[in-house]
Every structure is written in structure tokens, then in C-alpha cells.
Design a binder for this molecule. Sequence first.
Ligand SMILES: Nc1nc2c(ncn2[C@@H]2O[C@H](COP(=O)(O)OP(=O)(O)OP(=O)(O)O)[C@@H](O)[C@H]2O)c(=O)[nH]1
Length: 406
Amino acid sequence: MAAELSAGAALQVEQTLAERFRWLVFPRELEARYAQDTSRTRIQQLRQAGYAIAGLINLFLVSDHAMVPDRFEDALWLRTLGFTGLTLLGLQVLGHIHQVLSRELFVASSAVLASLIHIYLCLTSQSDNAQAYMVGLAMIIFYTNVFSRMRFWVVLALNGVQMGLFALACVQFPNPHWQLLLPIGLVLGSTATFTAYYLYSLEYEDRHNYLLSLRQRELNSELTIANDELERVSRTDALTQVANRRHFDEFFAQVWSRAVHDNERVSILMLDVDHFKQYNDRYGHQAGDACLESVAQALRQSVRRPGDLVARYGGEEFIVLLYRTPADQVQAAAERVRASVEALAVPHEGSPLYGRVTVSLGVASVQAGDRHASPQRLIQQADQALYQAKNRGRNRVWPQVEELVS
Ligand SMILES: Nc1nc2c(ncn2[C@@H]2O[C@H](COP(=O)(O)OP(=O)(O)OP(=O)(O)O)[C@@H](O)[C@H]2O)c(=O)[nH]1
């Protein structure tokens, strides 16, 4: 199937379904898409029909022998070598004709050829049955209409040509037997009408199903987008747009099992805004929210390596997971985060420290393969380290690098 529908095309599908398409034509863009999407199946159908018709036309040889025995030798050449040979050859070319109309005209012309051969045999035969044998055209019309599944309008035109050839042939007989030829004409006409009606219904249904499948595809893709968005929202903290606690827990569990398997280093930065209560008290809760957003943004910009994760751990507390990062670089990342928040220079007059918003960070790091290591222990260590950072004056990272590496 082709690419996704544009909004305009989706609307067109709905309109076409609502308005019906009694003339079996879609608006241009949709028609082109229909032709493209059904092209492979159509070629297959035409091929199968081609083989079937080529075989069936040879069955005429039996009736040729009975009805126009004087032309049997010609019939043999024309039907086998002529028609069958050309049809089989044409079927090889069919797959290379990309335009639907050209492809169907190609098939229609082979039906005209079959009709011409039949008419030729009747016209040139001296047999008494020659005129009656014109009824054979009904079979040709029937075969091509039913098997080839060409589009309705092409078939209608083809049948028109075949009826015209019949009429022309009738007047070519030296002594036309109208009591016979007229009913034969009626048989041909009704065969064409009924089979064309059948084709109309088939094509209508086919087009209708196609539109429904497009609509279904559109609904599915909208559903996928909505699900993706839902999934993203369920993983994201609404205020700060970093990962939420739930996503952090899931992600941490996955990273941990991978890290244990590969004995990789996993590190945690636990981070808390200093004197945030005073900030809220002084500037109000909304300003507090805006402050948390700025801190989260600074965090996102400082920790960007793929595989790392920044999350809001709760309240004014954030957590950063660093995977496969050497201990000294963990320390550097923590320091970078601290400095980036300080550099925001968000005024915090209530803070007894620096007059601006700052953060304290507790760092913990471990080789996951270590016998004593566990994810809970790592978080606990980071939490304790944060407590130390607060106790030792805030706006700092704890522990310092030497202790972290040891
Ligand atoms: N505006 C805002 N405030 C929050 C949010 N979540 C938690 N807080 C506030 O953050 C403050 C945290 O205060 P404390 O835990 O006492 O800590 P602190 O004032 O930051 O002091 P230290 O951590 O010791 O530096 C509380 O006043 C909470 O109401 C939030 O989503 N928005």
C-alpha cells in the first residue's frame, strides 16, 4: 500500500464515500492512488484471464470443425498460432505497461482480435452454418467481460466495438439471413448487457472496499499517533517536561539489569533546589513552578548523552541517571549541572546563600556487577550524599571526586 494519506486526501475519501461514485470515477488524486494501489492485483488478474481466454479460444476449434469445416485449416492457424501466440506474447509485456488505460486497451484489442478472427471465419466460409456460427461472438464477449475484470467503461467501449463489428459483418454476408442474425444480435446484446452490469457491480464494490480500507488505514494511523502521544505524556512530568518518577523507575530497572550483565558503571545524581520553600513563600507558587521549569531545562541542557536520563523525582527534587560514565566524568557532570543552575541567575532574595536560585547535588556511583551493589542502595547513597551536600552549606556537589572514585 502507498504512503499515508494527506489531510486533503482523507477528506476526499470521506466526501467520495458520502457522495457515492455512480460513474465509477474518483477525484483525480484518489483515482491515481487507486490505480497505483491496485495495479499489482490487476496485472495478476489480467494475466490469469489472458491464459484462461487463450485456452478457451482454442476450444472453438471443436465447434469450428462442426460449423465451418471448410475454414478449419485457417481456424487452426489463426486461433492457435495467431491469437494464442500473440496473447501469450502480449501477457509477457503486460507487466511493463504501467498506465491502467493502456494496459486495458491492450487486453481489449486482443478481444477485438479474437472477434475479428471469428467473424473472418464466418464471412469466408461457404458452410450453411456460417451465419448461425456468428453466435460464437457471444462466448468471446462473455469470456472477456467476466474473466478479464477490466474497468466497466473500457468493457462497455469494447462491447460497443464488438457489436459494431457484428453489424458490419452481417451486411457483408452475400445473402444475410436476418431471421437468424437478428436474434443472434439480441443474444450478443444481452450477453454484453448482463455481463457489463455484473462488472459494474463488481467494480463499484471493489472501489467502495478500497475507500473503506483507506479510511481504516487513516483511522489506524491516527490511533497510532494518539497512542504514541499518550505514551509520551504518561512518561513525562507535566510541569517540567522531563521524565516522571514512574518512567525513571522503569528505565532505571532496565538499565540496571543491562549494567549488571556487562558490569558497567551506573551513577545517580540526586538534586534538590536550595531553600525552595522560602522561594515559594516570597515569590508565590506559580513563580515556584516557573523556577522548577527553568531548573529542569538547565538540567536537560547539561545532561545530553544518549543513555542518560533526567527525571523529576518529586517536588523540587530531580534525579539524573548516568550510564557507563567514568567516576571523574560523573563528578564533572554533577558540577556542570550545579553551575548551570547557578548561571540561570534566577533571583532568590529569600535565600541566605547567594541571592539566586541554587541546587545541591548528592552523587553515588557503582560498578553494577559489584556484589554489594543494588539499585535501591545506589539511590539511598545518592540521597544521603544530598543530605551531606545540604549540611555542608548547599550549592555544592557531594561527595568530592576522590571519595567518589575510592
Ligand atoms: N512551586 C512549587 N513548589 C513545590 C513543588 N513541589 C514542591 N514544592 C515546594 O518545595 C518546597 C520544598 O521545601 P523543603 O523540603 O522544606 O526544602 P527547601 O525549602 O528547599 O530547603 P532545602 O531543601 O533544605 O534547601 C515546599 O515548600 C514545597 O511546597 C511544585 O511543583 N511547585
